[in-house]
Design a protein around this ligand. Sequence first.
Ligand code: C5P
Length: 253
Amino acid sequence: GRREDLAGRHVVVSAGGTREAIDPVRFIGNRSSGLQGYALARTAVARGAEVTLVAANVTLPDPAGAKVVRVESARQLRDAVLAAAEHADAVVMAAAVADFRPVRQSDTKIKKSSAEPDPIHLVKNPDILAELGEVRRARLEAYAAGAAAAGGGRETGEGLAAAKEAGADGPRPRVIVGFAAETDDVLANGRAKLERKGCDLLVVNQVGENLAFGTPDNAAVVLTAEGGSVEIPRGPKEDLADVVWDLVAQRLA
Ligand code: C5P
């Protein structure tokens, strides 16, 4: 049944929204509340998973039974997610990650001056979701090379190490799930994003009409790497979370 179908699995969920510091008191942030990510963590615990929740600036109480790692910036989120993903069966990136951060963070509070304000220059943050896919692809290649060497009777230490790292059931994380908030051309933009980022499932939210940010309800379409889609009608974020775990459990089976 559903209740224990993630028993023995380790899943990583990112939640909330990153903050990119401008100076000690100011930041660039976003409206993500963390509600969807926390619902994902709670439902995964209920289904028997070992859960690591990487929370960026979330003010909700820790979900019982999950290991919570608190972070602030995109780069901190990246380090925490990649470290936890080493041993994960699935990673679900529900966090809203800032695409850009200020080039320079002032060590002291920027003063108001009568002159023109200084512009804030931005640089790109790493795309963590895309990086997870790249890490997995590299592991798969190393595994294939190792298997080929072993098959040719040239069993090498590297080949064995790669195979061991990949695990008996394939390279980790075995399932990678992204979220995407879209305002227009929701399906076409979602499909392009899934392909660009190399994830297995992409949960596409239509933003607006009291959905998504900061509300208990959500509605979405989950796109699969094989070209399929599953529609999730408007409802509590727990319901959406359970559909995501249904699809993840299917892929892990
Ligand atoms: O490109 P976009 O921000 O719409 O993609 C959203 C998805 O990508 C989410 O799953 C988010 O957690 C992830 N993401 C990421 N690193 C970024 C930006 C987004 O992992 N720098």
